[in-house]
Write a protein that binds this ligand. Structure first.
Ligand SMILES: O=C(O)C1=C[C@@H](OP(=O)(O)O)[C@@H](O)[C@H](O)C1
Ligand SMILES: C=C(OP(=O)(O)O)C(=O)O
Length: 438
């Protein structure tokens, strides 16, 4: 999936001439879709995913599983919608090549699956995927009995020599650079001969809601999981070996991708409704209800969805985003337009995301006239009057949506490569202009 030259084109971010008032149907969650695909592929019977996200990250996940022998069919489910995938698990096998793009979920969740396959599975991806940490998964899989060839950097590219089964058992990892190391081992854990016991021995552990999402989804397909929250030791997760059920799962809207639309209500003093906002969820984006309320909005969660209203005022915030790191770019964009300074903390691991997000946000907001400084673990943002200019995105979907938020309030912002939003949000420009009534 090489970039095509049009991807580097500039997209004039729409400037809002008034308050937005829109209902935005946000596509399915990347994190839920990619976990559901893995769990369905490892199950002992077929399953359904309804309203799955079809974006670059999830299509790469589906393509990789198909490469390893899993059937994933387009389907019309019992609810009559055509928006379904039917997953038919099969004996996982190589030889196969998996292209991970720059999807953290694909590069981390699939090596354990490949270790269960019969044959050689080669992993490759975008240039940035070579720089993103994978050592936690590679080292752990070796301890658990897998044979992996890599170039010694603990990163892509690599080859997993699947032996058809894996011993499993106890393993220690340092997941301070990505919670996805823990999720990856837990997701395949029920299929390891001895299950798995993952002990995080590093300093901080980011993105805990995403680990809870993994645990919840494992339990929903019949796995037995012991966690620190269920009375176990701190930082230890245990998965018992056993068969997984095929389920019929409707994917929730992606609440992190709802962020730019809620931000639009905040920035323009308008109103945005997101239908089907779940009343209970492990998605980190649910924290936006609290964070964006503190920044000046108000929200009401109804049976229909979330109604979010801006007041016309935008306030700065001092907040630890360690649990919800993927919300940082959108919060930084709103903070740059606020009436007081902000401090975003607990997100040093963002330097190893799609791009170095702390450096990228600092540079791009400052080039529009802002005053952002990087700290050891986050950003200080002092709002200043911004001007138009090019907002570079570094092939990072959340940089592009952050730039679009600023563009609502600042005339003349041009987003480089807005197509990069396709990593998790198909047709972002269409949804954005639709929201603005264009
Ligand atoms: O498991 C997941 O689905 C994710 C976990 C988080 O990763 P990190 O823990 O690496 O930040 C998050 O930032 C990413 O967008 C999705
Ligand atoms: C960090 C992110 O993605 P990934 O799953 O590639 O880690 C993200 O979506 O913000």
């Amino acid at each position: 999936m090489a970039l095509n030259p049009a991807d580097t084109a500039l997209w004039p971010a729409p400037y809002a001439t008034g308050a937005v008032d829109a209902t935005v149907q946000v596509p399915g969650s990347k994190s839920v879709t990619n976990r559901a695909l893995v769990l369905a592929a490892l199950a002992s019977e077929p399953g359904w995913l309804r309203r799955p996200l079809r974006s670059r990250d999830t299509l790469l996940m589906a393509a990789a599983l198909r490469e390893m022998g899993v059937g994933i069919e387009e389907g019309v489910g019992p609810d009559g919608t055509g928006e379904s995938w039917r997953v038919l698990p099969a004996g996982l096998r190589g030889p196969a090549t998996v292209h991970v793009g720059n999807a953290g979920t694909v590069m981390r969740f699939l090596p354990p699956v490949a270790a269960l396959a019969d044959g050689e599975i080669r992993f490759d991806g975008d240039p940035r995927s070579y720089e993103r940490p994978l050592n936690g998964v590679i080292d752990a899989l070796r301890v658990l009995g897998a044979r992996i060839d890599d170039d010694g950097r603990g990163a892509l590219p690599l080859t997993v020599h699947g032996g058809g089964a894996l011993d499993g058992g106890p393993v220690e990892i340092d997941a301070s650079s990505s919670s996805q190391f823990v999720s990856a081992l837990l997701l395949s854990g029920p299929r390891f001969n001895q299950g798995v016991e993952v002990r995080h021995v590093g300093s901080t552990l980011p993105s805990l809601p995403h680990i809870r999402m993994t645990v919840d989804m494992l339990r929903a397909v019949g796995a037995q999981v012991d966690t620190p929250e269920s009375g176990g030791e701190p930082n230890v997760w245990r998965v018992t070996p056993g068969a997984l059920l095929g389920r019929d799962l409707t994917i929730e809207p992606d609440l992190s991708n709802a962020q730019p639309f809620l931000a639009a209500a905040l920035v323009t003093g308008g109103k945005v409704v997101v239908p089907d906002w779940p009343s209970r969820t492990t998605q980190p984006g649910d924290r936006l209800r609290e964070i964006f309320t503190e920044m000046g909005g108000s929200c009401e969660l109804t049976e229909y969805g979330l109604v979010f209203t801006g007041s016309g005022a935008i306030h700065g915030i001092d907040v630890d985003l360690g649990e919800v790191g993927e919300l940082t770019p959108g919060i930084a964009a709103v903070a740059a337009l606020a009436d007081s300074p902000s401090t975003l903390r607990g997100v040093s691991h963002l330097r190893l995301h799609e791009t170095d997000r702390l450096a990228a946000l600092t540079k791009e907001i400052n080039e529009l006239g802002g005053d952002v400084t990087e700290t050891a673990d986050g950003l200080h943002i002092r709002p200043r009057r911004l001007h138009g200019g090019i907002f570079h995105t570094y092939e990072d979907h959340r940089m592009a949506t952050a730039g679009a938020i600023i563009g609502l309030a600042v005339e003349g912002v041009q987003i480089e490569n807005v197509a990069t939003t396709g990593k998790t949000l198909p047709d972002f420009p269409g949804l954005w202009t639709g929201m603005l009534g264009a």
